[in-house]
Write a protein that binds this ligand. Structure first.
Ligand code: SF4
Length: 98
């Protein structure tokens, strides 16, 4: 029984220590770009800029990026990616809206 409790405590500690990453992984983002139909140049750009549909930094999301234009479907368009972006997403080219 003690060993089980120790393992539970250790698992809770690990979950707490990695909470931000786990929260980002648990949150299901709106699918703004279908990975099966996006063209290869856009896929390459997204990969090179480390684009993610859920930003690891809540203060640096596409919604507050200068290159983001919202669209009517809970998504948006990014001038840098030349294609769809998730408002909660982010990439290495993030720049604050003025
Ligand atoms: S440049 Fe990056 S952070 Fe800014 S809107 Fe485009 S994908 Fe989002």
């Amino acid at each position: 029984v003690k060993r089980g409790i120790a393992l539970s405590v250790a698992a809770a500690f690990i979950r707490g220590a990695t909470g931000i990453t786990n929260a980002a992984e648990r949150e299901k983002p709106t699918l703004c770009a279908d990975p099966n139909t996006i063209d290869s140049s856009q896929a390459s750009m997204r990969a090179s800029l480390n684009y993610t549909d859920i930003s690891k930094d809540a203060a640096r999301t596409c919604t507050v990026c200068a290159f983001f234009q919202p669209t009517a479907n809970d998504c948006g368009t990014c001038q840098i990616l030349s294609g769809p972006a998730n408002p909660k997403g982010s990439c290495d080219s993030w720049s604050a809206k003025e």
